[in-house]
Each structure stands twice: as C-alpha cells, then as structure tokens.
Design a protein around this ligand. Structure first.
Ligand code: ATP
Ligand code: FE
Length: 332
C-alpha cells in the first residue's frame, strides 16, 4: 500500500511517496528558507504565495520520481495542524481537491506527531519512548505511547529554541558576517560558538566578542534543555512511563542538528541509562517524507482515515496529546 504525504505547515513545500515498509519511492522539497532569511523572518502571506506557486509541481515531482500513478495510492496524508494558517490552507486545499479527483482516502496529520514518529521509519523503536522536539516553532517533551497516543510532559511557555537562535543571530547581524551569510541563525551561532568563550559573557567582560555571545547563547539553551529533559526522564521513571529494557529518548527538529546541544543531551541520557536516537538532519527538519510515514503508520492501524468527501479544517494551534505538564512541574 502506497501513501502520498504532503507538508506545507510552515516554510517548506514537501511531498513524498512511501510504501508500507517506509521505503521512499520518490520525494520533492521546495524550501523557502532563503527568501525568509533575506526578509529577516517568515511573512505569512509570502509563505502562502510560495506554497501556492510550488505545491502542484512538488507533488507532481514526487509522484513522477516514484513512478506511481495517483490511482495506485492507498491514501493521501497531509499536515493540517499546527502551523501557519495561510500555509496549512494551501496544502489542505490542494489535498482535498486531489483526493476527491482520484477518490482516495484522506489522512489529516498532526505535524508534531509526524516529527515524533519519523524515527520509526529508520530504526525499530517500539512504543513507548520519550521524545524531545526542538525547532524554530516548537519545543516539547512528550511520551509517545502509540501512533496517535501522546502524553505531553512539557512545552515552551514563550519561545522555541530555534526562534531564539534566529533572533539573537539577527540582533548580531550575523547575516553580514563573512562566514555566515548563507546560514540559518542556529547554524551561524553553532559555527561562531566554536571560537567563543561563554565565560567572558557571564563575567560581563567588556572584551566579549560576537563569538563569545554565540557560545553563551548556545550554552544557555543547551543547559536549559538538558535540565528539562532530565526532569522529564525522572518523571517517566517515577511513573513507570518508559520500558525498563532500552528506554529511549528520541531527539528531533531543526535544532537537534546542533552538536553542542546533542552533547548536553548525551550526558543526560548516559547518566540516566537511556538510549539517545536522532534521525539524520534531513529528516529532523520539515519534509513530505515524515508526513507520508505518519500516514503509513495510521493506515496500518486504521486510525483517522477519512473518505475523500469529508470536509477537514486546518488548526493553526493544536497541542500534541494529553497535557501532563502541570503534573510534571508539580513533581519538581
Ligand atoms: P517547525 O518545524 O517548528 O514548524 P521550523 O520550520 O522553523 O519550525 P525546522 O526547519 O525544524 O523548524 O528548524 C529550523 C530551526 O532550526 C531554525 O530556527 C534554525 O535556526 C535552527 N537550526 C538549524 N540548524 C541548527 C544548528 N546547527 N544549531 C541550532 N539550531 C539550528
Ligand atoms: Fe517542523
């Protein structure tokens, strides 16, 4: 059974065709990152326009590369929540027209569920496992108990780590830095931090340079994430939420490619006896493959499969699973 996945929740237009084992038969991705980088942030109407311009071609490309005709598909899976309303709308509108035209079942996808499940396409990771998702728009810790069964242990109360990195990079005008002109904020900060000394910033030294500020920012984010993850692991252990054999922490999202942050989390998982898994960078960021994979997982379990004519709405804000964050905070 073949699934077409479509992603337009933020600034990537992605599509992919997967078979039931998770083999990628064909994929296509159009990134708007450069446009948004030069504008200093994502302007929703610009993102919408670019999705509209590219979606037809991206889906066509994924199908052609896979050699699959729409009639051969078992279902179409598309991100419908959470994300930018104008961006989600384009993917959903396209998909609903597509499934009606070809009379195919439709599987609405939660973008964060897809991020969390991607790892299972690559490794045989059984439920339940702990997952930390850190990106430009999100920061959350959850226990994945099943394909559509999540316990939300915590999420950012203000800004996501990638957003902070991007804002700091903008304030430091890193785009004008000779080594950073084509890098995202997070990549620029990781690069400069290598030659920085965060202690000079912490001591308020007037000699602090941009490298030091990058190192201090990166360290602050890494140590915060490490502390919160440590607390989540202890909560899971106290409440029997993870299996005793090979308990696993899955790390994903664009910020997960940061080696310094990974190191900090490695220390936490090593000291608490967890295995740390992180999909390769191309699967940590937004793409059509993870949406198709989520569709495969749902198809296998017959969860959330809709007939083509059902009207589906997009939801810009949609928490993942049952929110337990108050209990986690209360447990210290
Ligand atoms: P979301 O997936 O939450 O909707 P998004 O599209 O912004 O949002 P991603 O594409 O997963 O998320 O990640 C982009 C973010 O990752 C950016 O904020 C970028 O600065 C950050 N990032 C990319 N590379 C690195 C790195 N090496 N270190 C730290 N952050 C990084
Ligand atoms: Fe994402």
């Amino acid at each position: 059974r073949l699934v077409l996945g479509i992603e337009t929740s933020c600034d990537d237009t992605g599509a992919a065709v997967l078979d039931e084992t998770g083999s990628i038969l064909g994929e296509s991705l159009h990134s708007q990152k450069e446009v948004h980088l030069s504008a200093g942030g994502i302007i929703p109407t610009v993102a919408q326009h670019l999705h509209r311009e590219n979606i037809q071609r991206v889906v066509q490309e994924a199908l052609e590369r896979s050699g699959v005709h729409p009639s051969q598909l078992a279902a179409v899976a598309t991100t419908v929540k959470p994300g930018l309303a104008l961006s989600l709308g384009i993917g959903l509108e396209f998909s609903q027209r597509f499934v009606r035209q070809h009379n195919k079942p439709f599987i609405p996808i939660h973008h964060m569920e897809a991020h969390a499940l991607t790892v299972r396409m690559l490794h045989p990771v059984a439920f339940p496992f702990l997952v930390l998702l850190i990106s430009g728009g999100h920061s959350l810790l959850a226990v994945a108990r099943g394909v559509d069964d999540f316990l939300l242990l915590g999420h950012t109360l203000d800004e996501a780590p990638g957003d902070i990195l991007d804002k700091v990079a903008r304030r430091l005008s890193l785009i004008k830095h000779p080594q950073c002109s084509t890098l995202s904020g997070g990549q620029a900060i990781e690069l400069l931090a290598k030659n920085g000394d965060r202690r000079r910033v912490e001591q308020g030294s007037l000699l602090s340079c941009v490298n030091d500020l990058a190192a201090a920012t990166q360290h602050t984010i890494a140590s915060h994430l490490a502390k919160r993850t440590h607390r989540a692991i202890l909560f899971c252990k106290d409440n029997g939420l993870l299996p005793s054999s090979t308990p696993t922490l899955v790390l994903s999202g664009g910020v997960a490619s940061n080696q310094y942050i990974r190191k900090a989390l490695t220390i936490i998982t090593e000291t608490t006896g967890l295995r740390l898994l992180c999909p390769p960078a191309k699967f940590c960021t937004d793409n059509g493959v993870m949406i198709a994979w989520n569709g495969v997982e749902r198809l296998r379990e017959s969860k959330g499969i809709l007939p083509p004519h059902v009207d589906v709405r997009y939801e810009p804000r949609a928490p993942l699973g049952v929110d337990m964050s108050a209990e986690v905070r209360a447990a210290g």
